[in-house]
Design a protein around this ligand. Structure first.
Ligand SMILES: Cc1cc2nc3c(=O)[nH]c(=O)nc-3n(C[C@H](O)[C@H](O)[C@H](O)COP(=O)(O)OP(=O)(O)OC[C@H]3O[C@@H](n4cnc5c(N)ncnc54)[C@H](O)[C@@H]3O)c2cc1C
Length: 417
């Protein structure tokens, strides 16, 4: 078993894309001795199964800011992050809406444009000109993000962890955190299967497994592990490529994959599974369903070839929004999980926000007025989100995180879904 350091300034639990991003930004901001702890290998959880769409706007402004800022980081990765390759492909993303969804799409696009997002509304004839093989019988409006696309989720995580290590962080794989240690109302470290790490700050980025670490502290987080199936199809000759597509009328999404493939899945899934023991393949009937739906949107896919599929698991919260920020009941405890199937794209910006929050608390705790200054090129003002409004910074709600210690626990406030 690998060794763990006996002390650290911040321990980040979980080596998915969010843990790697938090560790990178803490190291970049010179937050002291940073340890990133992963029970298996980096991106071994849902991150490694992500279809990794990178898109820029949401119904919630906070997520529009983090999505847009992160997408700009993916576009200029080597300049901003300084190493590694996230495998970003700028194929564009196209939203399709039926008649009932158009007011909602117009409103979201208008708000996103006001926040500086490059997204254009398209009428059906404009969509047809952009993607000629598409059938648009049920589409009333589209929204096109020409600068969005998709990335490689494992490569992104490894690039962030590599940069964190280069900047002085310790990355420990194959060691599980068994408990968060506390003394009264403050965090004192982490007990791992390789020994204790004493630390005044802990960031829990443990995804589906976060609740197990938080429950002994009296923090109840309802997370439903939902199996999500993705199917591959080979496009026939003459169908070169297409943008990433979010297809609201069919409740599906898809993007191109290397080797003339398209990866396609349904938006909603309800099968709750054990994330440590579930069927990682795709069900035959699910592949047929996906094949029918992709051929309805792209009739050329009648000549396509099914290439199987796989499953991952979403960490689904009751309102489908993440649990993010400091846990006020314990000084030094921070969380970033529960992304409910849409968390990959936000990781570069959210890691930055969390690292800043950790440093702010640390500065307050030590009454030190000076904040460490980053030495790496920081994401430029354009690449970083405007600071989220206070009520947006933690999107977990009272109903989501209930602290048994205090009936008045409030770790956040608002979700606009
Ligand atoms: C099939 C699929 C498709 C998706 N498509 C998209 C998409 O197109 N776009 C998008 O934005 N998002 C997408 N997502 C969602 C996105 O992948 C996730 O929201 C994101 O990867 C979550 O990252 P994370 O770091 O929070 O969690 P995880 O990836 O779950 O990482 C948590 C890590 O913590 C480790 N860990 C847990 N407990 C401990 C412990 N006690 N000690 C040490 N380590 C521990 C785990 O091993 C794991 O590696 C998709 C997800 C799936 C499954």
């Amino acid at each position: 078993m690998p060794d763990v350091p006996g002390t650290a300034d911040v321990v980040v639990v979980g080596g998915g894309v969010h843990g790697a991003s938090v560790a990178y930004h803490l190291a970049r901001r010179k937050a002291g001795r940073i340890v990133l702890l992963e029970r298996k290998f980096l991106a071994s959880g849902p991150t490694g199964r992500s279809s990794a769409l990178v898109r820029r706007f949401y119904a919630m402004d906070f997520l529009t800011r983090t999505g847009n800022a992160s997408a700009s980081v993916f576009q200029r990765w080597s300049e901003v992050i300084g190493g590694g390759d996230p495998g970003f492909r700028q194929v564009g993303i196209l939203w399709l809406a039926g008649p009932s969804m158009t007011p909602h799409l117009r409103d979201n696009v208008g708000r996103a444009q006001a926040l500086g997002v490059r997204v254009d509304l398209l009428a059906p004839d404009e969509i047809q000109a952009l993607v000629p093989p598409m059938a648009l019988h049920d589409v009333a409006l589209g929204a096109h993000e020409p600068e969005s696309g998709y990335a490689d989720a494992s490569a992104t995580t490894n690039a962030l962890a590599l940069r964190a290590r280069e900047l002085g962080a310790t990355v420990v794989q194959y060691v599980r955190a068994d408990a968060i240690l506390t003394a009264g109302a403050r965090v004192t470290g982490v007990r791992t299967e390789a020994g204790e790490i004493s630390a005044p700050a802990v960031v829990v980025c443990a995804g589906l497994w976060a609740a197990r670490l938080l429950a002994p502290l009296g923090i109840d987080v309802p997370i439903a592990p939902k199996r999500h199936q993705m199917c591959f199809f080979r496009r026939p000759a003459g169908f070169a490529s297409h943008p990433g597509v979010l297809d609201r009328p069919q409740s599906t999404y898809m993007r191109p994959e290397t080797g003339n493939l398209t990866i396609h899945g349904l938006v909603a899934y309800d099968e709750v599974v054990d994330p440590d023991d579930y069927n990682e393949g795709a069900d035959p009937e699910e592949i047929v369903r996906n094949a029918e739906l992709i051929a309805r949107r792209f009739p050329m896919m009648e000549q396509g070839l099914s290439m199987g599929g796989y499953s991952g698991v979403y960490d689904v919260t009751p309102d489908h929004q993440p649990v993010l920020g400091p846990i006020s009941e314990y000084a030094g405890l921070f969380v970033d999980f529960g992304w409910s199937g849409h968390g990959f794209k936000h990781a570069p910006a959210v890691g930055d926000i969390l690292a800043e929050a950790v440093l702010e608390r640390k500065a307050k705790a030590t009454s030190c007025p000076a904040r460490p200054r980053p030495t790496r090129p920081t994401p430029s003002a354009a690449a970083r989100p405007a600071p989220p409004r206070r009520e947006e910074a933690a999107t977990c709600r009272r109903e989501q995180v209930r602290c048994r210690r205090s009936p008045d626990c409030s770790t956040g406030s608002r979700s606009d879904r």
